[in-house]
Design a protein around this ligand. Structure first.
Ligand SMILES: C[S@@+](CC[C@H](N)C(=O)[O-])C[C@H]1O[C@@H](n2cnc3c(N)ncnc32)[C@H](O)[C@@H]1O
Length: 276
């Protein structure tokens, strides 16, 4: 298989190898202020607010699609006291997630599934009260299929919240698209696209919120943190790997500042038969 066609998780796999080293933890602290083990644009405060949007209580069953190393998922389980299931393609991420859940003492309320979000999910219908997917949707080849899967897995009126950092709100050059896609397949969509697909998958849109400012802030934080640790990072990532990450972050910053690419939060709920 040609390198450019590899599933995205293969590229995340390499990054996740050192994800919880002392160096990477330090970089996350410097970049985000609060390290919750995220590999996304999500910050702890944003996640605390979104937990409220999802209406989670200690008896809720939460599904996290593309959970990565499970930082946000275990953070929510620990802070709300709910139970959670993560679905993820990367085996390295799932190993990290299990260790994180054990270190937080939440493993009894925590389940993981290694699965491809571009395929039918091996989960029984209507078993979750809420679902989230943080900065994952843009990597999927068929997001409508996933939206249908989420509608199948949620109870009636269950809530689904996701963030999409790939909403095209200006112009993008081919070079910018390339350096904005270091993790493999990435799909950029027009404003309104997700809203239409959610509707046709059986959701009622509750709210959207532009989250570009938090992405810009976190990208700036990550860029200055990796630059401060360049020599150590080059030993882990190689010089070419470091430069690719730097170009990626610089492109995210440039496209956010110019307004060309936006990150948006979508909150929707499964339509009940009465509401159809
Ligand atoms: C930007 S990371 C976000 C991780 C996590 N949500 C977080 O906030 O820390 C995107 C994740 O999506 C996963 N992913 C991408 N495509 C996937 C697919 N088709 N099936 C399952 N996981 C996928 C990647 O392996 C990666 O862990």
């Amino acid at each position: 298989m040609d390198a450019s066609n590899k599933p995205p998780a293969n590229r995340y796999e390499a990054l996740y190898r050192d994800f919880d080293s002392a160096l990477m933890r330090r970089i996350r602290r410097e970049a985000y202020g609060e390290d919750i083990g995220q590999h996304s644009w999500v910050g702890a405060d944003e996640l605390r607010r979104d937990t409220g949007h999802l209406g989670l209580t200690h008896s809720s069953r939460l599904l996290d699609l593309g959970c990565g190393p499970c930082g946000p998922l275990t953070f929510v389980i620990a802070s709300v006291g709910c139970s959670g299931t993560g679905v993820e393609l990367s085996a390295a991420a799932l190993r990290l997630g299990r260790a994180r859940a054990a270190s937080l003492g939440v493993e009894a309320r925590f389940t993981l599934r290694e699965a491809d979000l571009d395929a039918p999910l091996p989960l029984e219908p209507r078993q979750f009260d809420a679902a989230m997917s943080l900065d994952v949707i843009l990597h999927l080849r068929d997001r409508l299929r996933l939206f249908h899967e989420v509608a199948r897995l949620l109870r009636p009126a269950g809530r689904f919240m996701f963030t999409d950092a790939g909403i095209v709100t200006g112009s993008l050059s081919s070079e910018e698209v390339k350096s904005r896609s270091p993790y493999g397949f990435t799909q950029f969509v027009a404003p309104g696209w997700n809203e239409g697909l959610l509707e046709s998958a059986g959701f009622r849109l509750i709210e959207t919120e532009n989250r570009t400012a938090s992405m810009l802030n976190n990208a700036r934080g990550r860029l200055s943190a990796i630059q401060a640790h360049r020599a150590e990072l080059e030993k882990v990532w190689s010089t070419a790997g470091f430069e690719k990450q730097r170009d990626y972050l610089e492109t995210v910053i440039k496209l956010s500042e110019s307004g060309a690419l936006s990150r948006v939060m979508f909150l929707a709920e499964v339509r009940t038969p009465q509401a159809v």
